[in-house]
Structure formats: structure tokens, C-alpha cells
Design a protein around this ligand. Structure first.
Ligand code: IVH
Length: 732
């Protein structure tokens, strides 16, 4: 071994790490990007000459060459909780009163931090090295995104000053996409004709959920640390000092974090930040207010969902003023026409807004939006911008009232206007008018309508046909290859390679993805049909109720309505008992919960029943479903699909080498049989599958008394046997 090379490599790594720290943590770079690149290139060169010296924590080893097949799951050792929200100073004062009461007579102080709009990550370091990174998931178990997190330069692969750090430390924080990176990404997507990310949060989440870390690496994600999870020894007494320690260990901590000794000061900091946030190069959606003292955190405890020592203060939605250039009418998947305003581009909450929804023609009427109008736009849930107000004082004299359409803008056929009484629901858009009107294109040959329907059908929450996206559907419909859902399943590889810009390999993938979607949970199938008012939730209830597609097709409307009425009556009866004080509030709550648990048509209202039955009554729809079945689509109840999967609910850790499979193949076999794979052995592991030369995972399994099986036992488990004649060959 060449001692000099080892030394040079170590020095270069240390230098690069120091410059990462200066750049990402202290925001004080001391060298130019070019000088940094030179150091990096040098290190790479020497490492390529001495590959035996390459170590996983080297700055050159951030991007793994090997894409993942799927994400493992990681159980959080300390749950990742959520935060309760407040929206005005009064709610903050109420929070402070709760804290004062719970801690009295103790004094306390707060730490106020920007609430970064990205996604929460837990980074686990052992002996100073980044071991795993997991998303929040459901708070208890998240996705193992270590490969992708390693590509983020703001996340240290090794702790700085590791000698002062605990042996185990979980650092939690937010992965986010800086606004500049977000804009660049969307520009690139625009050029490639791909769909935009609605906001930096979605872009960050989408980038972390990619299986190929090389793509994640190109997305320029960044990170701020804001707390710790499991830790083998304490590092500070207070939250503020914890953050300072994290900085010393090499983590970027937001520079705008302040201490406040009273709630009045907290409110002042929040107010000051309402403006300041617009100058940042990342999105924040509010402030987080935390009690500083960690002993007081324990005293205050948590509700299970969120800690009581912490609250967020959400900023009001951001607004921007701009001008309406024109108003378009769009056709949606159920044929509903929606007016959309084309705007003079304006920067709003990190994105350039060019279009805004007007929801429906009643809303357009209520606001009286006209071409040329100056309007205020706002981001609802910070995703879809909408017009909230017209500044009538700026209206040009010649601005004409928008005329509602009488024909479909796509196919030119006459449209249908349906009127319905408003339901009075809080979130109903046209809440100001008594009735709502839907303008609907019912022309079965309308190509825009067809494309929308197909796009929805193949979507992630419906049939989930992975490689079939909007641009392919556009081509398929235009080429006349797809005229209905069933046509998708008749496509051959030859049909697809004929299309523009589709290579042989992609065509293969598309055909495979289509084939894979044939066995589908019934609820996904029902959701995919795009029946008015029927989304994932109601489709699941209906699927549980019917169980099979045959029963769906012979739906009895009277029976559904009878059941719905019974369920409503039972609730009414219970309410009456409460009103007559025959039962108390608590008992009512308990009994209501029990009733709801047993409801067959939970969350299915009359409107949904009507829509569903009307759809199923229509012979054209029935024929279309039958055709889908005849081309091989098999909607089945989720339980049935799961029970067919031999390894459903089982988690495996694979170690060593195998006779019949590569590591990737055997992990795929596990997933194909409904099992999960994980890279580390824990109490939730069901089996460790050990091949030849197993690693330390085998010892860990023995320690934790996890069942260990060999390749043959695994094959028996999935009912595959190795051939006695031809070793290594598998047959069913
Ligand atoms: S503290 C138990 N601090 O907000 C509380 N969270 O809406 C742990 N977030 O899931 C979180 N900035 O992803 C904390 N400065 C900050 C934050 C922050 C953003 C996110 C975090 C959390 C979500 C809750």
C-alpha cells in the first residue's frame, strides 16, 4: 500500500469536507467553485489510481451507480411527530397560556424558527458515519432513502468533530429545493414537454422518491437540521444549544433562528418574517415556535400526534397582482368544462404563475372576471393558483363580459348544462350562489375528453400504469390507436415503436407496465373509470361492499339506498337519544364511532350512489367494462390479491450470495410475492435470508432471535423448487 497516496487522499478529503462546511453551514466559502472542482477532480484521479483506498464516506462516493428496485422501510426509533398549527396571534397567545399553565411556576423561553417547506428526514449517524436516512412516512415507519440523501452535499457523510459527537445520533431536518434549483428544474421540464412540479416541496419530495440516485443528485436539493431523534448521550440542555452543536457537527442550521423571552416577542418575530420570507431563496410556509428547555419538553409531553412544546404559525396565503390576458375553457376527465385565466406572468410563492383556475362558470360570474382585468391571485394550499379578487377600479372600458360556452372548445359539439342545488359544504367553491351549474361535453368522440379520461385511468392512484404518461397518450390517441380504455391492453410493442421518439427498450417497458397492471385491486379499477364524484376513498368503500366486479355490474340501486337509509336512521336515532339526554356526550361519541366502524357505505352519500348507479346502468359503460375484462384486466378485491401473495406482510433482510439468483433477483422475488426487503436487521424483520458468506447481519439476526432461512427454505416458502437435474434452473 502506498502510504503517500493514503495521506494525500485523506488530506484532500478533509479539505473538501472543510470547504463543504464553509459553504453549506457557515455560508462563507473561502474558495471559488473552480478551485473546489479542482480539489475534487484531484481526489477522484488519485482514488481511481488506488481503488483499494476508496471509502464510502469519501466525498467522491455520494452518488451510487446502482439504481434501487424499490425503497425498504425503516422503523423510526423515536416517532417523527407532526406540529399543530396556528393562524393568528390570538392562537399563539392561547398556546402560550397553555404552556404557562402547564409549567407554572417555572419560567421558560422560546426558540422561533422558519418553517421550511420541504420534507422531513431522519439521518442516523453511528460512529460519526451516515448510516441511514429515512422519510417521515407515517411517523413510525418511513422509506429508506439513504442512497438519495447521500447525494445532497449539504448533508455530511461523516460528522465533523466526530470525536465530540455521541456514538449514535439521529439528526432530523428538512430536505428542500432552493427556489433557483426549482425554477431551473421546471424550465428543463418545460423544454422536454414534461409536467411541471407545482411547488418546491413537491419537487423535493419527487426528487427523493426517485430510484436512480443519479437523477436525484442532479436536482440540487439542500438540507436544514432542526432537531434530534435518538441520541446515545445528551448534547445540550436546550433546543437552541442543540442546534449550535449540530452546526459544529457539520449540519446546516437556518441562520434566522432566534430566541424569544415572551410570546409578544415571538409574535413580533413572526410578523417581521412575513415580509422577510419573500427575500429568501427557499420556501417557508410559516414559523415554528418551540419551548427551549429540553427538560420542559418532557414535562409538557405530546398528544401522540404532535408535541405540546411546539406550535407552528402559518403565514396567510401569498397573493400577487396581475392582469388577465385571456380566458380559456378546459375539458376535464368527466367532460366538465372549466374556465382558466391566462395571466401576465407573475412571481408568486416561488413560482412564475401564468394560469389560474376560475373553478367554474358560476364562480367566474360571481367574480365577474373579464379579459384585461387586474386581479389578485393566491395559491390554494400553495399548489393551484386561483383568482380571488378583481380590482374593478383598474378595469379597461372595453373589457367584455365573458360569454359562457355553448359548444365544447375541443370538439365543437353542443354541451350539456346540469344544474344542482348547492350542498352547503364549507369547501364548495360556488358557495355564494344558490345553485351550481356544470357545463359538460358528452361527446364520446371528443379527443380532449378521451385523453383526459385515459390520463386519469392510467394514473398513479388508479391503474398505476407506470410508463404510460400524458405525452404517450397524446400520441396514442392522435394515431387512433387508443379510442377507449380496452385499446390500451391491445397495444403491441410494434404499435408503440412506430410512434415518434420511442425506442425499442421503452416500448418493451410500456408493454410490460401495461401487462403488469392487469391484475388490479377492484377499488383502483373503479376509481380509474372516472365516474363523477367517485375518487379513491369512495371506490374503496364500494369495492369492500361489492367484493367482485360481477356484483358491481349487477348493482341494485334500491338495495344501496335502503342500506344508506338504515345507516342514516341509526345515526339519527342515536342523536335523538343524546338530545333527550338518554345518553351522555361521551357515550354518544363512543356509540357513533362503533356505528361508523360497521357502516357498509361509509362516506358514500346519495349523490355518489346516484352517480355510480347511473353509470353502471348505462349499457355503453357496462360493455366497456366487459371489454376490459375480455382483454385480460382482472379487478379483484385487495384481500384476494394479498392472500395470493405468499409473503404478504413479511419483511426480509438478504445477506450473502445465492446459487439461483443474484442479490437483486432474489429481492425482486420477495417483492413479487408481496414481501418487503430491508437492508438492516431489526425487531420487525421476519426473516433473514442467508446465502453463502453472509455478513454481520447473520449475527444481528441471532442476537435479535430473528428466523434465519437458507435459499432452499426460501424457495419452499414461495413454492418454487430447484431442479434436481439442472441445478440453478427454476420451475413452478
Ligand atoms: S420541528 C416534533 N422545525 O414541518 C416536531 N419542523 O408541519 C418536529 N418543519 O414534519 C419538527 N421546518 O417536516 C420543525 N424548523 C422546523 C421545521 C419543521 C419545517 C416541518 C417538518 C414537520 C412539519 C410539520
Amino acid at each position: 500500500m502506498n502510504k503517500d497516496a493514503r495521506q494525500i487522499i485523506e488530506e484532500l478529503r478533509d479539505q473538501i469536507r472543510r470547504h463543504d462546511y464553509l459553504y453549506y453551514v457557515l455560508n462563507q466559502p473561502q474558495i471559488t467553485d473552480q478551485q473546489y472542482d479542482q480539489l475534487f477532480t484531484r481526489l477522484k484521479k488519485i482514488e481511481s489510481e488506488y481503488p483499494e483506498l476508496i471509502a464510502p464516506d469519501s466525498p467522491t462516493q455520494r452518488v451510487s451507480e446502482q439504481p434501487l428496485e424499490a425503497f425498504d422501510q425503516i422503523a423510526h426509533s423515536v416517532p417523527m411527530l407532526s406540529i399543530d398549527n396556528t393562524y393568528n396571534p390570538d392562537e399563539l397567545i392561547a398556546f402560550d397560556q397553555r404552556i404557562a399553565k402547564a409549567l407554572a411556576p417555572q419560567k421558560y423561553e422560546y426558540v422561533v424558527e422558519p418553517k421550511i417547506d420541504g420534507l422531513a428526514i431522519s439521518l442516523r449517524y453511528e460512529d460519526g458515519l451516515l448510516k441511514t436516512a429515512a422519510t417521515r412516512g407515517n411517523g413510525q415507519i418511513g422509506d429508506n432513502v439513504t442512497q438519495n440523501i447521500r447525494t445532497i452535499k449539504a448533508v455530511p457523510l461523516t460528522l465533523l468533530n466526530a470525536q465530540n459527537a455521541p456514538q449514535t445520533i439521529e439528526v432530523r431536518g428538512e430536505v428542500y429545493m432552493p427556489l433557483k434549483a426549482f425554477q431551473q428544474l421546471n424550465d428543463l421540464r418545460a423544454e422536454a414537454g414534461e409536467q411541471f412540479f407545482a411547488n418546491p416541496r413537491n419537487a423535493a419530495a419527487g426528487s427523493l422518491k426517485l430510484l436512480d440516485p443519479k437523477i436525484t443528485a442532479a436536482r440540487n436539493l439542500s438540507f436544514f437540521a432542526y432537531s434530534v431523534g435518538q441520541i446515545s448521550e445528551p448534547i445540550a440542555d436546550g433546543h437552541y444549544d442543540t442546534l449550535q452543536r449540530l452546526k459544529d457537527f457539520g449540519f446546516p442550521v437556518n441562520e434566522n433562528i432566534k430566541k424569544a423571552d415572551s410570546i409578544e416577542n415571538v409574535i413580533k418575530i413572526c410578523n417581521d418574517f412575513t415580509k422577510k420570507r419573500l427575500t429568501l431563496d427557499y420556501m417557508i410556509d410559516g414559523m415554528v415556535i418551540k419551548v427551549n428547555n429540553l427538560v420542559q419538553h418532557d414535562l409538557l409531553g405530546s398528544t401522540g400526534r404532535a408535541p405540546k412544546w411546539c406550535i407552528s404559525y402559518k403565514f396567510p396565503a401569498q397573493q400577487a397582482q396581475t392582469i388577465v390576458r385571456s380566458i380559456d375553457v378546459q375539458v376535464g376527465k368527466t367532460g366538465t368544462l372549466t374556465p382558466v385565466a391566462n395571466l401576465e406572468p407573475v412571481l408568486l410563492a416561488g413560482t412564475t404563475v401564468k394560469r389560474a383556475s376560475l373553478h367554474n362558470f358560476d364562480e367566474l360570474n360571481r367574480l365577474d372576471v373579464r379579459c384585461g382585468d387586474t386581479v389578485l391571485v393566491e395559491k390554494a394550499g400553495e399548489i393551484i393558483p386561483q383568482v380571488v379578487e378583481v380590482k374593478k377600479e383598474f378595469r379597461p372600458d372595453d373589457a367584455e363580459i365573458f360569454k359562457k360556452p355553448t359548444i365544447c372548445p375541443s370538439c365543437g359539439e353542443k354541451i350539456e348544462v346540469r344544474t344542482k342545488k348547492r350542498t352547503g359544504k364549507k369547501d364548495e367553491i360556488a358557495h355564494k350562489s344558490e345553485k351550481t351549474h356544470s357545463y359538460i361535453c358528452t361527446n364520446k368522440n371528443c379527443t380532449t375528453l378521451l385523453k383526459e379520461k385515459i390520463n386519469y385511468f392510467v394514473g398513479r392512484d388508479q391503474m398505476n400504469i407506470e410508463d404510460v404518461g400524458p405525452s404517450l397518450i397524446e400520441q396514442l390517441v392522435e394515431a387512433g390507436l387508443v379510442k377507449n380504455f380496452a385499446d390500451i391492453y391491445k397495444l403491441t410493442k410494434e404499435d408503440i415503436v412506430e410512434l415518434e421518439r420511442i425506442a425499442d427498450k421503452s416500448a418493451d417497458n410500456i408493454v410490460k407496465a401495461i401487462r403488469k397492471s392487469k391484475i388490479i385491486p377492484l377499488w383502483r379499477f373503479l376509481a380509474g373509470l372516472g365516474i363523477r364524484h367517485i375518487g379513491g376513498q369512495s371506490a374503496q368503500t364500494l369495492s369492500n361492499y361489492f367484493g367482485t366486479i360481477e356484483k358491481v355490474l349487477s348493482v341494485d340501486e334500491d338495495e344501496l339506498k335502503k342500506i344508506k337509509k338504515q345507516e342514516k336512521d341509526e345515526k339519527k336515532l342515536l342523536k335523538n337519544k343524546l338530545n333527550r339526554q338518554e345518553i351522555g356526550k361521551e357515550e354518544h361519541k363512543e356509540k357513533l364511532k362503533e356505528l361508523q366502524k360497521n357502516e357498509k357505505l361509509k362516506d358514500i352519500g346519495d349523490e355518489i350512489i346516484d352517480s355510480f348507479c347511473n353509470y353502471m346502468k348505462d349499457t355503453k359503460n357496462k360493455t366497456m367494462i366487459e371489454e376490459l375484462i375480455s382483454v385480460g384486466v382482472k379487478p379483484e378485491s385487495s384481500q384476494k390479491i394479498k392472500s395470493k401473495e405468499k409473503l404478504a406482510g413479511k419483511t426480509f433482510v438478504v445477506t450473502g450470495t445465492f446459487t439461483n439468483f443474484s442479490r437483486q433477483q432474489i429481492e425482486q422475488e420477495i417483492r413479487d410475492a408481496g414481501g418487503k426487503t430491508s437492508s438492516s436487521v431489526s425487531k420487525i424483520t421476519n426473516f433473514v435470508l442467508a446465502g453463502e458468506n453472509p455478513g454481520s447481519k447473520l449475527n444481528k439476526a441471532r442476537q435479535l432471535q430473528v428466523k434465519v432461512i437458507n435459499e432452499n427454505e426460501f424457495l419452499q416458502l414461495i413454492h418454487k423448487k430447484t431442479s434436481p437435474k439442472k441445478e440453478g434452473h427454476l420451475w413452478e
